[in-house]
Design a protein around this ligand. Structure first.
Ligand code: CFM
Length: 541
């Protein structure tokens, strides 16, 4: 079979009905960088064709599970059938560490209104009110968040009116999310809805500022497998105060005064860019894209933050930390490189990791031959410069765009336009920008948006990569084909993979996976030679 990615692209869509094939062909591109740095257009953030097995999750998952869930002391109530609550209960490895054992931590709980037929027919608002009251009496939280599941939107329960009333009755912050599973084409819509509600109901509520000199928020870091802990520790060693993380290891109070920080460092652009943009407009806090995945990425990100604050002592601290960490990383990297160099990887995950983790594979000398997001938008693939040309369709119009204005009293431009231009010129700091996945990929690689199960199987047969990175839904199907699958959502109970420490963990783990001989012995029964007709068959049980 050919290795020509264009021929493989044709092959992937060959079995689809014509219309589906045409649509899928627009969501699969072969990378090719033009001299001006531009990359081909990719169709993304569109509905999955019915009947196709997708990796995607729902809008409720993106809102409750991804963005709000990791905050430890906001009490989350799922308004809906119990199944929705159950499947969002501890299914993501966002860790948290309350400072004191007596501090609130609701992450291990699963609260649901357990909507049944009665509420579907007669309405569920009464039950929701009772649930909020009961939750309050049990836990006395500072804030309660109410998440809508599909039936809530279908029967028309007004979660916002209920939340307003309960806020008044209980005297704590109660807010709702119209994040019904069907609200958007994927969990990405849920991110946006969560960002909007955080901005309207939490950010900016507490003006208490702490005295540190270098204060930042980390946006789009959810502390999966302890990644956030590693980054927090790194920042602290450099002398950088982390005001709030959105939302790994966060608490309500930190989010409420996050507008007192002087920089927003954005890890996962897809899930939180809306908060970054809105905080810039309302409070004057600029944002910079960072990536603490990969040792080089971590060093670069720390240096970017240093250049932003432009302080000799901070710069020296950052360089000291990098110098302390790098030798350990290099030693392991050299070891694994000898065994992994040139091996191939594929990454199909989420809306940012398929890009970020290419850095780690590059550092190991491995080659990413195909990658894609489940629910990324064109800006995540091609860079934010394409934003003005992104078509708004009925599905994206469904999600509210908040009108944000400068806060009369609290807006403070942390850097003037001149200062920003100067920093951009000297240090190449790109404010409020993300360059996307494709410009950093080699030419002639496949980029596939919202990959289907059928396409996954064909890709594996055609390329036989050394490792495939995806999630739990794909893992065992992939491994049955004799190819190791690394879960990049949950890290397979492993991690952390962020920062320098994380890079070492990842190098070791991937080295083990791609060099393990066991995969060569895997054969499905139908791949074995057929038994001789005269040979007695094993009795079936
Ligand atoms: Fe951002 Fe994430 Fe991701 Fe995401 Fe996710 Fe996740 Fe992900 Mo799973 S917020 S887009 S919705 S980095 S849960 S921590 S791993 S799909 S690539």
């Amino acid at each position: 079979m050919t290795n020509d990615p264009r021929a493989i692209k044709d092959e992937l869509v060959q079995l689809y009905p014509k219309r589906v094939a045409r649509k899928r062909a627009e969501q699969i591109v072969v990378t090719e960088r033009q001299t001006d740095g531009s990359v081909p257009e990719i169709k993304s953030n569109v509905r999955t064709s019915p009947g196709i097995i997708t990796q995607r999750g729902c809008t409720y998952a993106g809102c409750k599970g991804v963005v709000i869930g990791p905050s430890r002391d906001i009490l989350s109530i799922t308004h809906g059938p119990i199944g929705c609550g159950f499947y969002s209960w501890l299914t993501r490895r966002n860790q948290t560490r309350p400072p004191l054992p007596t501090d609130d931590n609701f992450i291990t709980y699963c609260l649901s209104t357990d909507m049944t037929e009665e509420q579907i027919v007669f309405g569920g608002e009464k039950k929701l009110k009772a649930a909020i009251k009961e939750a309050y009496e049990l836990f006395h939280p500072k804030a309660i968040a109410v998440f809508s599941t599909c039936p809530v939107g279908l029967i028309g329960d007004d979660v916002h009116a209920v939340a307003r009333q309960m806020k008044e009755d209980l005297g704590i912050n109660v807010f709702g999310f119209s994040c019904e599973g069907y609200r958007g084409v994927s969990q990405s819509a849920g991110h946006h809805i969560a960002n909007n509600a955080l901005f309207k109901n939490v950010i900016g509520l507490d003006d208490t500022a702490t005295p540190e000199k270098f204060k930042i928020n980390l946006l789009g870091e959810y502390n999966i497998g302890g990644d956030g802990f590693v980054i927090e520790e790194l920042l602290a060693r450099c002398g950088i105060k982390l005001v709030a993380t959105f939302s790994g290891n966060s608490n309500y109070g930190s989010l409420a005064h996050s507008h007192t920080a002087d920089l927003n460092a954005v890890m996962c652009h897809r899930s939180i860019n809306y908060v970054a943009e809105m905080m810039e407009k309302k409070f004057g806090i600029p944002w910079l894209k960072v990536n603490f995945i990969g040792a080089e990425g971590s060093a670069k990100s720390l240096r970017k933050i240093g250049q932003y604050f432009d302080d000799p002592e901070l710069t020296a601290n950052i360089e000291r930390v990098i110098a302390e960490e790098m030798p350990g990383v290099d030693a392991v990297r050299e070891q694994v490189k000898a065994r992994c160099q040139g091996k191939t990887a594929m990454l199909f995950v989420g809306g940012s990791r398929a890009h970020h983790y290419q850095v780690l594979f590059n550092e190991m000398g491995m080659v990413t031959v195909a990658a894609g997001y489940e629910f990324g938008h064109r800006d995540d693939y091609e860079g934010r410069k394409v934003l003005p040309t992104v078509k708004v369709d009925a599905d994206s119009r469904n999600i509210e765009e908040l009108e944000v204005e400068r806060d009369e009293t609290r807006y403070r431009a942390r850097k003037s336009d001149e200062e920003k231009a100067q920093l951009a010129a000297i240090n190449d700091l790109e404010f409020m920008d993300y360059k996307g996945m494709m410009p950093e990929m080699e030419d002639d690689r496949l980029v596939i948006d919202d990959i289907s199960h059928h396409e996954t199987e064909r890709l594996l047969e055609l390329y036989k990569p050394a490792i495939f990175c995806a999630g739990i839904k794909e893992k065992y199907a992939v491994q049955k084909m004799g190819i190791p699958c690394k879960q990049l959502h949950s890290y397979d109970y492993g991690g952390p993979y962020a920062g320098f420490k994380g890079a070492i963990n990842f190098y070791r783990e991937v080295d083990r996976m791609v060099n393990m001989k066991v995969w060569f012995f895997v054969k499905a029964p139908w791949q074995q030679p057929a038994p001789h007709p005269e040979q007695p068959q094993a009795a079936a049980d």
